[in-house]
Design a binder for this molecule. Sequence first.
Ligand code: MN
Length: 343
Amino acid sequence: MIGVRENLQPITYNLYFMDNRFDKVVEEIMRGKNFLVVSHVSPEGDAVGSALAMGLGLKEFGKDATVFLHDNVPDVFMFLPGADNVVHNIDGNAAFDATIVVDCGQIDRLGDNFKKIKNCGRIINIDHHITNDSFGDINIITPDASAAGEMVFDLLNAMQVKITKEIAINIYTAVMTDTGSFRYSGTTPHSLEIAAQMIRAGVDPWDISQRVYESYPAKRFKLLGMVLNTLEVIENGKIATLIVTLDMLKNADTDKDVADGFVNYARSISGVEVGILFREVWSGEYKVSFRSRGNVDVSEVGVMFGGGGHKNAAGCSVKGTIEEAKNKIIAAAAKKVKGIVNK
Ligand SMILES: [Mn+2]
C-alpha cells in the first residue's frame, strides 16, 4: 500500500508534483499497444468515469483501448464521453497487452463475462478500496484517494497525457460521485484541486450535477415513498434500516438502479451512526449497503459477510429471510457501533 497524500506540500496551480507511485504502470503502458480497461459489476459514477477516463487517456497517449463493463452503464451516466463505446463481451480471440482494472477490490467483482476473456495480459490493479486484495500483477492501492478517478487523473498526469474536456468530464464525475459531491470525509485538498483542474479543462459543474442529481425519473420518488415507510431506527437511535423488496420495485414499475443512494437517507438521520439498506435480490437473498458517519468502520462489517468497501461506505450479500438477514447484519453492526461509542 502506498500513501502519498500525507507528505504533500501545498500545491499552487501545478499538479505535476513528483508522484512515482505509477512508474511501473507507465512502463507497462509504454511497452504495450492494445489495452483493456475494466471495472466492477453494477458500475456507479466512479467505476464508469474512471474506466472511461483511463480509456480516453490511453488513446490520447497513442494506444488502443477497449473499455469493458460486465453490466450496462446506468442511464444516468450515459452522457459521459465514451459511454457509447463500452463493451460487455469480448471476442474470445482478442488479445491484450495488459488489462487495467479500476475501482475494483476483488477480481470476482469484474463479472462472469470478464472471466471468459482469455488473453488479458498483465493485470494492473488501480484502486482506493481499503479491502482490495491485491489481485493484480501490479497493484497500486491508495485508500486515501477519494475516488479511483482521482488515481486515474494522477496516472494520466504521470503519463503527461493532455487532459481533454472529454477526459475531464469523466474524472470530475468520478470524483464528484465518490465524494458525495465533495461532502464525505474522504474529500481532500487533492480531490478539490483535481476538480478545479477539471473545470479549467472545460467541465461545467452545474451541467454535470443536474445530469447526475437532478434528472431522476418520477418512479424513483414513488419507490422512495415505499422504502421510507420501512424505516426503523434502533439500537438507541444509532442504527437506521431501510428495505427495498422486489414487490416494491414491481409496484413502482422500475428496477434496482433507481434505488441507488437510498441508503444515505438512513444515515442522514440525526444521531444515527450506521445506515443500512437491505435490497431483495431474489427470494432468499439480500444485498446490504452500509453507510456510517465518523469512526464506525462499516467495511469491517462488509468483510465479515464476504463483501467489502470503505470505512464509511460498504456492502455485502446475505442469504435468508429478511428477518434472518436483519438479525445477522444488525447484530454485527451494533457491535461496531458499541465498540466506537464506548471508546
Ligand atoms: Mn470508487
